[in-house]
Design a protein around this ligand. Sequence first.
Ligand SMILES: Nc1ncnc2c1ncn2[C@@H]1O[C@H](COP(=O)(O)OP(=O)(O)OP(=O)(O)O)[C@@H](O)[C@H]1O
Length: 257
Amino acid sequence: MREQTLIQAEKEKETGRDVMVVKHLFKSFGSNKVLNDFNLTLGNGENLVVLGKSGSGKSVLIKCIIGLLTPESGIIEVLGQQITDLDHDELDKVRAKIGFLFQSNALYDSMTVRQNLEFPLRRHWMQVTQQEVDQLVQEALEDVGLAHTINMMPAELSGGMRKRIALARTLILKPEIILYDEPTTGLDPITGKEIIQLIMTIQKKYRSSSVIISHDMNCVRLAADRIVVLIDGRCYAQGTYDELKRNGDPVIHQFFE
Ligand SMILES: Nc1ncnc2c1ncn2[C@@H]1O[C@H](COP(=O)(O)OP(=O)(O)OP(=O)(O)O)[C@@H](O)[C@H]1O
């Protein structure tokens, strides 16, 4: 099962095709049209930042991508599968290939670091042995430089360390796509920069693709291969950091002030 996933990932890396395509996405709550013909593509190995003001619909977009919200219409294709067509079990399989780093980290406070990391493995990889679990936990913790915290509780860790543990838990299933929800929110600028650098290093190691939602321009500058600007529910503009920074449109410019 895991081998099949890895083979499929390798093939997609070779062909260089988009790993995610969002087309004509509409999602509203009553009269509030949050996503209004939104389009996006994520290339293989690409770091795509979705930039938008607070309340612009970034979290709604992510929730539609992982199937937590159902759009009114539109296409969301992830790793070649149209996710709105999938039943519960099929969706669960696709979700196992998508890592999600929550803004709040979503660590279980009553579990040790080790138990937090074991949790997704036991849920998604039923056949995994204890020896494999131990190895994977060790590797994920080493990836984020926190192997020594394995028996600690989340409450004993700093904000930056909790973010790293949450990242390790996201990585442990070797996701092909990682969605980051405001990864630097709540961190001081130095720790935020360290987290972004860590994300970039890990991204290279696992050759995953990522969507990062953020309005922290330091994070955007460091992480983005390409930026999509979400305004009024649509992709208002896209380009590299430098291209958008040079853009004369005052609506775009306000993000760079
Ligand atoms: N479950 C819901 N029911 C009703 N309205 C919702 C729901 N979820 C989101 N919204 C509305 O959708 C809009 C976009 O919200 P969203 O959380 O996606 O914004 P955001 O861009 O992620 O903001 P922030 O940067 O502050 O996290 C808001 O107007 C919000 O009130």
